[in-house]
Write a protein that binds this ligand. Structure first.
Ligand code: MG
Length: 299
């Protein structure tokens, strides 16, 4: 079947063979941070080296915010507010409903964060984000600046307290909870200029208190390429960015199948009318494809 690879019969029911991979936009530099607004039927996404956040609607693409401080990952909280990771200003910000910007986190124990990369919100309103060095390693994606903290995963509680959720990373990147929030998947994309960077999707069990993580382990190694952004569908399968497109992995760690994309994929987001259209950030292109699954979290 053109455009797909079915490695497990379960995947056949998850895709639509007659649904094409559509190019929604091009002439970007490096896309990331897709977030769906069901209430407006629009997608926001970051064009990092162009220092702008873009907006896709069925009517076309326009600029949502520029300069955007080299924004990367984005999500929405339970109140519908946009949460954005900012490389250049080394912080996580919230865009209030009236348009004002609130800095949610920019320091830990007095030291500046590195360059928050991707962010999700849990049902208890806690905000979880990764903080690798990628945005301060180059001027292209934010601006060369010295690091003050190790790469980590942080949890920002509803009361504003910032804590270390996990620190066993060289380059923590994308993240998503399983639909029941008993598991947290975090991609490790390694040290940026290392000859053999450590790269895999890591899996943590969320303790019964809903706060602590335990038993972190390597879950799945994407190839070719590596996992950057990831999303779960409502059945708990993990959809991951990869060098040759989007890979779908079952919760037991089996590669079920692939959607081939002609450029390296950095991040994905479910959206569309039934939350079953997969929006794909692939290098200089924004793609979309209708699937036969629905995304897990509906911001
Ligand atoms: Mg990322």
């Amino acid at each position: 079947m053109d455009g797909f690879e079915i490695l497990d019969s379960r995947f056949a029911a998850m895709i639509l063979p007659n649904a094409p991979l559509e190019v929604l936009g091009d002439n970007f530099r490096w896309l990331e941070g897709p977030v769906w607004f069901a209430d407006h039927q629009l997608l926001l996404f970051s064009d990092i080296p162009n220092n702008r956040i873009m907006r896709w609607t069925g009517a076309g693409i326009s600029t949502f915010r520029t300069p955007a401080h080299f924004s990367n990952g984005q999500t929405r909280d339970r109140q519908g507010r946009l949460i954005t990771c900012s490389h250049q200003t080394r912080c996580v910000i919230r865009t209030e409903l009236d348009g004002r910007i609130t800095v949610l986190a920019d320091r830990f124990e007095g030291h500046r964060l590195n360059s928050p990369n991707d962010v999700i919100v849990k049902s208890d309103n806690s905000i979880w984000f990764t903080d690798p060095l990628y945005g301060i390693n180059t001027d292209y994606e934010g601006g060369k600046q010295p690091s003050e903290l190790p790469p980590r995963l942080y949890r920002l509680d509803e009361d504003g307290r910032l804590g270390i959720a996990a620190d066993d990373f060289d380059g923590p990147n994308g993240l998503c909870f399983s639909p029941d929030e008993t598991r947290l998947y975090v991609t490790e994309s390694g040290e940026q200029f290392a000859a053999e960077p450590r790269r895999c999707i890591r899996l943590y069990e969320v303790a019964d208190d809903g706060v602590m993580l335990r038993r972190g382990r390597d879950f799945y190694g994407i190839s070719p390429g590596f996992a950057d952004g990831i999303r779960c569908d409502e059945d708990g399968n993990i959809w991951s960015s990869a060098g040759d497109g989007v890979h779908c992995i079952s919760p037991d760690g089996t590669l079920l199948g692939k959607i081939f994309v002609p450029s390296t994929v950095s991040n994905i987001a479910f959206g569309g009318r039934n939350f079953s259209r997969l929006f794909i950030c692939g290098g200089q292109f924004l793609y979309a494809i209708y699937t036969n699954v629905r995304g897990a979290a509906r911001p």
